[in-house]
Design a protein around this ligand. Structure first.
Ligand SMILES: [Zn+2]
Length: 310
């Protein structure tokens, strides 16, 4: 009996500790070029410590205010991003541009909108945000618990029509283009003057990209080729460190090619799934990437399913 109550006490103390766990992770801004900055998040999973900021964000400082690219996964995450920006400039965030509809791309929108920022995205991005809002809020509550309090999902308010769109804000030009890779309606943001692209969840480096049930490998392969054609000087990937095109090609472009050209071809030729996955289980070109062990087989499985039905 005594033993049991001690156990209960220990369990209670442990959960209290979890609740009061300080979210110590504070993102830092790093200069990409001129007035363009990246905030590179950790490669691992969403956690109480990182407030769901396990992704990359970025911003452009203009004389009229800051253009923020992606707003974080929660109210508290948005405040951490704001603090990282304040380390670089006194200018407020006046514009938020979303590259996607996955939690960490936009659940901070409401916080910045409440401070007067205009929230902008391609129209299909905003539509997908609305569609997945409840699911992503539930998911984030499982990861962050109480630290999600006060977070309100606000899909982008100012939506841009067409397959691509040019945005002029604060004297800067931003070109948005759909990638439709990780989520339907995902887009990149290209800064033609600085030759920097914020790829959103199209490009992953340092860690293996994830193919989700709603991702499209076919679109990813096409979009990566279009991105390479821009010949960007620097790429701020969705996840991983700021990189050049050669690294993005090795760690993302070649992987999309592999999934489409090898796994996709096997699916179209109706080869057995398990044999295909076994054949490509060990790929020396990618196995150094974080999350390879956890994701590679599932990625191939989803690619197979996508190409099988085409
Ligand atoms: Zn992501």
């Amino acid at each position: 009996m005594l033993k049991r109550s001690v156990l209960i006490l220990v369990a209670a103390a442990a959960s209290l500790l979890a609740l009061s766990a300080r979210a110590d992770y504070q993102p830092q801004a790093e200069q990409v070029v001129d007035n363009v900055y990246a905030i590179v998040g950790p490669l691992g999973q969403r956690s109480v410590d990182n407030d769901g900021l396990n992704a990359n964000f970025g911003f452009v400082v203009t004389p009229k205010g800051v253009i923020l690219i992606d707003s974080g996964a929660s109210l508290l995450g948005a405040k951490k991003i704001e603090a990282a920006i304040a380390g670089v400039t006194d200018q407020p965030v006046r514009w938020v541009v979303n590259t996607g509809s996955q939690d960490h791309r936009w659940l901070g929108n409401d916080y910045f909108a409440g401070k007067g920022a205009e929230v902008i995205a391609m129209s299909r991005t905003a539509a997908t945000q609305a569609e997945y809002a409840a699911q992503h809020m539930d998911g984030m509550k499982r990861f962050l618990g109480e630290r999600m309090q006060g977070t309100q999902p606000l899909p982008a308010v100012n939506t841009l029509n067409g397959e691509s769109a040019t945005l002029e804000r604060g004297g800067e030009t931003l070109e948005l283009m759909y990638t439709n890779a990780h989520f339907p309606g995902d887009a990149w943001v290209w800064l033609p003057k600085q030759r920097v692209v914020f790829s959103g969840d199209l490009v992953y480096v340092d860690r293996l990209l994830g193919v989700l049930p709603w991702s499209s490998v076919k679109h990813g392969q096409q979009a990566f080729k279009a991105l390479a054609a821009l010949k960007p000087a620097r790429i701020v990937p969705g996840h991983g460190r700021v990189c050049d095109l050669a690294q993005a090609q090795r760690e993302t472009g070649n992987y999309y090619d592999f999934l489409a050209d090898k796994v996709g071809a096997a699916a179209r030729e109706m080869e057995p799934l398990t044999e295909t996955l076994d054949r490509y289980a060990d790929l020396p070109a990618f196995r150094h990437l974080e999350n390879y062990e956890g994701l590679h087989r599932a990625n191939m499985n989803r690619a197979f399913t996508e190409f099988e039905s085409q």
